[in-house]
Design a protein around this ligand. Structure first.
Ligand SMILES: [Cu+2]
Length: 184
């Protein structure tokens, strides 16, 4: 009994770190979905994760849906002469065969628009991701409090919310653009 257990357990333990992914959908592996935690006033936020396409067919992230936001958009942040701007991606976010696409601050991301409530650090927010070929999957985005628009090293550095780059600005932009409070 012990012998069988240890062999199986050892195999599982050896395999787990190298091959485990947060989520799998067909040939797609989805890792570490997180969203930027928000203050009470923010009406928008960004969601990020890593998507690896282990298949031989290109795929596309075509839609995101969530009950926590009035709507979700797929965005790309670009450096426009030193100013970070983001725009909605036409036709979705390409996930080419054999590649890993990082949705991260300063690049592709899903955008929570028209948030009714705060995204609280440590809480999980389910988002349905829809892929052209692989279909759809519900993924929990963990709200994290990371400083900086693009700086990954800023973990734990919470230097206030007034000045975090593109998403801070974007949140306000989107907030103004929306007919805020139309349902109140
Ligand atoms: Cu955005």
């Amino acid at each position: 009994m012990k012998r069988i257990l240890s062999a199986a357990a050892l195999a599982a333990m050896l395999a787990a770190p190298a091959f485990s992914h947060d989520y799998e959908l067909g040939e797609l592996k989805l890792d570490h979905p997180w969203a930027r935690a928000t203050t009470t006033v923010a009406r928008a936020s960004g969601g990020f994760l890593s998507i690896t396409n282990e298949g031989e067919t290109d795929d596309t992230l075509i839609e995101a849906r969530s009950d926590v936001a009035a709507r979700m958009e797929l965005h790309l942040t670009e450096n426009d002469d030193g100013i970070m701007r983001m725009r909605e991606v036409e036709g979705g976010i390409p996930i080419p065969a054999g590649e890993t696409v990082e949705l991260r601050p300063g690049s592709f991301h899903v955008m929570f628009m028209g948030l009714e409530n705060q995204l609280v650090e440590g809480e999980n927010y389910p988002v349905t991701l829809v892929f052209e070929n692989a279909g759809e999957i519900v993924v929990d985005f963990a709200a994290e409090n990371r400083a900086g628009g693009m700086d990954y090293s800023g973990h734990g550095d919470h230097g206030g919310h007034g000045d975090h780059g593109n998403h801070g600005d974007a949140a306000m932009e989107h907030g103004d653009g929306e007919h805020s409070g139309h349902d109140h």
